[in-house]
Design a protein around this ligand. Structure first.
Ligand code: SF4
Ligand code: SF4
Length: 293
């Protein structure tokens, strides 16, 4: 089972939930945690993994042989990302915009474009307290997170409970990370910003046809509008974590909630049970609908 932990905005407690859920389950299940928040992976601060393998992630960037190029402009025409431009008698490549799709080299009539791998990040694989752990790290200044996320997800263990920590927001890296999950857990806080970004995140998850539920963190600040929204939209509010100085102090010291306050372990196990129930129910409905077609 694959569970993505996402949030419309940063700083809502996604890492707290991802690490505590994984730690709560690891004694009874085969569990792995994949940190796909590749611009700022920080689960390792809480889990202190030992890494055994490091893999480089690269994107094929076009390199133009000017001696063959006729400056026809075809490459710039086909590039959807404006990563290559032809200016009079010069072809300019902007590697930071290039998605490595290969369209320009494939369609160059003079076969003047070669592809040169350029490293955009790394993936580190190892273990953390009895569970498998992998994280992606995007190189500083790089914008192409999806290739790094795809590489991290190659390490998904099919018969394990896989928890994916997703970057905040609703952009391409988020969609890449949650795609293929059985369930998306959205972590938010009871503030106007929390609600605004939750609405956007719910819309993105629903477009993928994925079941989702909400964890409301720092309950006690703000108002009841997130809970009202969940009720209106029939989204299960799966867990409420209060605004609490002890929890905040543990987080600031890099101590997972279930280790600092072991009473929370049962709460996270129950959270998983509920997620499994919703995901299984959704999968049975999908199977029934498939049979009736
Ligand atoms: S498509 Fe090929 S020949 Fe035409 S401008 Fe681009 S690199 Fe040069
Ligand atoms: S590889 Fe794709 S994204 Fe990169 S320059 Fe060529 S067409 Fe554009």
């Amino acid at each position: 089972m694959i569970i993505s932990i996402a949030s419309g905005k940063g700083g809502t407690g996604k890492t707290l939930v991802a690490t505590s859920l994984a730690l709560a389950l690891k004694d009874e299940h085969r569990v792995q945690l994949l940190d796909c928040d590749v611009e700022e992976p920080n689960d390792h601060i809480f889990l202190k993994p030992t890494f055994t393998t490091k893999q480089s992630v690269s994107v094929p960037i076009p390199s133009v042989d000017e001696s063959k190029c006729t400056h026809c402009g075809k490459c710039a025409e086909v590039c959807a990302y404006h990563a290559i431009a032809v200016i009079i008698d010069k072809v300019l490549v902007f590697p930071e915009l290039c998605h490595g799709c290969g369209a320009c080299s494939y369609l160059c009539p003079e076969k003047a474009i070669d592809e040169v791998p350029e490293e955009v990040g790394i993936v580190e694989i190892g273990n953390a307290g009895g569970m498998s752990f992998a994280q992606g790290k995007l190189n500083v200044g790089e914008a192409m997170a999806p290739p790094v996320i795809r590489k991290v997800k190659e390490h998904i263990i099919p018969d394990a409970i896989t928890i994916i920590d997703v970057s905040p927001g609703t952009s391409c890296p988020v969609i890449e990370a949650i795609r293929g999950s059985d369930f998306c857990l959205l972590v938010t806080e009871p503030t106007p910003f929390g609600l605004n970004d939750l609405v956007l995140a719910v819309e993105a998850v629903k477009k993928l046809g994925m079941p989702c539920g909400v964890v409301l963190n720092r309950a006690g600040i703000g108002d009841g509008k997130v809970a009202d929204y969940c009720l209106r939209k029939n989204i299960t509010l799966l867990r409420v974590i209060p605004l609490d100085t002890e929890i905040a102090a543990l987080y600031s010291k890099g101590i997972p909630l279930v280790e600092g306050i072991p009473e929370w372990k049962d709460s996270f196990i129950q959270l998983f049970d509920k997620i499994e129930e919703i995901a299984n129910e959704r999968s049975s409905i999908a199977q029934r609908q498939g049979r009736n077609r």
